[in-house]
Each structure stands twice: as structure tokens, then as C-alpha cells.
Design a protein around this ligand. Structure first.
Ligand SMILES: [Zn+2]
Length: 259
């Protein structure tokens, strides 16, 4: 039987489209071979072929890499995959089905390369919220504006909210301003906050009880303990585990005392 690959590819793209899948993330020839040429063309065969020939990463994808730095700190950096690297070095022609490693261009770090298993799709770190109620809930006048458009004369309402899951930091944007670079930018805001807090984290790792230090009775003066607590309220995701536990106990005791 003579098969016309061009037609089969068009059919495969159409099928993937019905399933709301992005054809660029699939090895079409592999799917055609397994599902239609060698397979029986059933739904099960198609499903198995589609799963087998899915590409988790393609060039241009925004990903997160974890970089180890001094004092047991790690940094999350976001960037784009620029090319795939063969096991012996060197680039592939086209989009490989199973690339060995990837090269990622990072805005705030030297270029990174490593195994694909070390990459996380940037989108996995964020929640994308489009429900109006949720986006505007904390606004005093029930309407947040797009963070990027507010300098212009047209005050566009926020239509999408990006939440960095780990820290809870968020930005609100209109659909026109929302893109993957905004995810990376918010991720890097978190990174810069974390860099700026390393001394405090080290202090609380070494002496977690500092967080329950006494108040300074004088008005307008913040004691060391109060400063640590103020910091912990601002950046709750950074508080070292033992200090967080002590702080929770301290709050519990204070609330019991007030009741
Ligand atoms: Zn905007």
C-alpha cells in the first residue's frame, strides 16, 4: 500500500487539534507509524501513540532551573530553552524526539545546560487566575488595574492574575500584557527578595529562638524579636522550619493569653 505521508501528517494534525493538543509538541511521524501504519487505528492505539510521542520540552519553552549557591541556598531561575545538546556535545538537527540535554538562557545567571529531568516547565510554578471575583477581591474599589498599563492614559482593568505558588506573590495584568516573560519576571522578583534575606535566614537557622524575643516596651522602637516577627510576616515562605514552629507556638500562647 502506498501511503502519502503529507496527507497522513495533515490528518494527524487535525486529530490532535480535536483533542486540543499542540501538534508542535508531538512527533507526528512516530504517531502515524505506531497508530496507523503498524497499529490497527483504534482509539486505544492512537492514545498510546500520542502519549509515547509527546515532547515535554521544545525549543523556546520557558523553564525553571534550580541552581545551588553557597550556604545550602538554592535559587530558582527562569529562562528559555535555546537548543538541545547531544550526549557527546553538539546540536541536533530540528526538534529531537528524545534530546539528551538542554541549554537554557537565563537573564540573571550564566547560561545553564543539563539533563531534561532537571527542568520544570515555568508554568508549573504559577497559578493563572482568570475569574474576575478572585482577581479583584482584595481591591478597595473592586477593580485592580493592569500593572503594566497604569502609566498610560487608558486604565485597563486586570484580566488575569499570576500567582507564584511557593511564595504567594502575585501580579495582575490585562490579557495584552500577560505573557511568559511576566511569569519569569515574577519568579525573579521572588529570587531577589530571597537574595536580600539570606542574612536573616542564616541568623534564624542558627538561633531559631530569636523569633520569640521580647518586645521593646518603648513606643516606636522595634526590638530584635519584633523585627524578626515583622520579617516573618512579610516573607512567610522563607522562615526556616524550626523558627516557623517556634513562632507558631509563640502566637498560640499570645492568643491564649489575650483570650
Ligand atoms: Zn496591560
Amino acid at each position: 500500500m502506498r501511503t502519502n505521508m503529507k496527507e497522513l501528517r495533515e490528518q494527524a494534525v487535525e486529530h490532535l487539534g480535536w483533542e486540543k493538543r499542540d501538534p508542535k509538541r508531538y512527533n507526528l511521524d512516530g504517531i502515524i507509524r505506531d497508530a496507523w501504519l503498524n497499529g490497527d487505528g483504534s482509539d486505544e492505539t492512537w492514545k498510546a501513540a500520542v502519549e509515547k510521542h509527546y515532547r515535554r520540552f521544545v525549543i523556546g519553552d520557558w523553564v525553571r532551573v534550580t541552581v545551588a549557591v553557597e550556604d545550602d541556598f538554592t535559587e530558582h531561575h527562569y529562562g528559555r530553552i535555546t537548543w538541545f545538546v547531544k550526549a557527546g556535545g553538539g546540536a541536533y538537527r530540528g526538534q529531537p524526539a528524545k534530546p539528551h540535554s538542554a541549554c537554557v538562557e537565563l537573564p540573571h545567571c550564566p547560561e545553564w545546560w543539563g539533563r531534561l529531568s532537571e527542568l520544570t516547565p515555568a508554568l508549573d510554578d504559577f497559578e493563572i487566575v482568570r475569574e474576575w471575583e478572585k482577581i479583584h477581591r482584595d481591591s478597595l474599589n473592586h477593580r485592580f488595574h493592569c500593572l503594566r498599563c497604569t502609566s498610560a492614559y487608558s486604565y485597563k482593568s486586570a484580566e488575569v492574575m499570576i500567582v507564584h505558588k511557593h511564595s504567594g506573590l502575585r501580579v495582575r495584568l490585562c490579557e495584552d500584557c500577560f505573557d511568559n516573560e511576566e511569569l519569569a519576571s515574577l519568579g525573579h522578583d521572588v529570587l531577589f527578595h530571597e537574595r536580600g534575606c539570606r542574612d536573616t535566614i542564616l541568623e534564624l537557622r542558627a538561633n531559631p529562638e530569636l523569633i520569640t524575643g521580647p518586645r521593646d516596651g518603648r513606643s516606636g522602637v522595634r526590638s530584635a524579636g519584633e523585627s524578626y516577627r515583622y520579617w516573618a510576616d512579610t516573607f512567610p515562605w522563607m522562615v526556616p522550619a524550626t523558627a516557623a514552629e517556634l513562632y507558631a507556638q509563640w502566637q498560640g500562647a499570645r492568643n491564649a493569653g489575650a483570650a
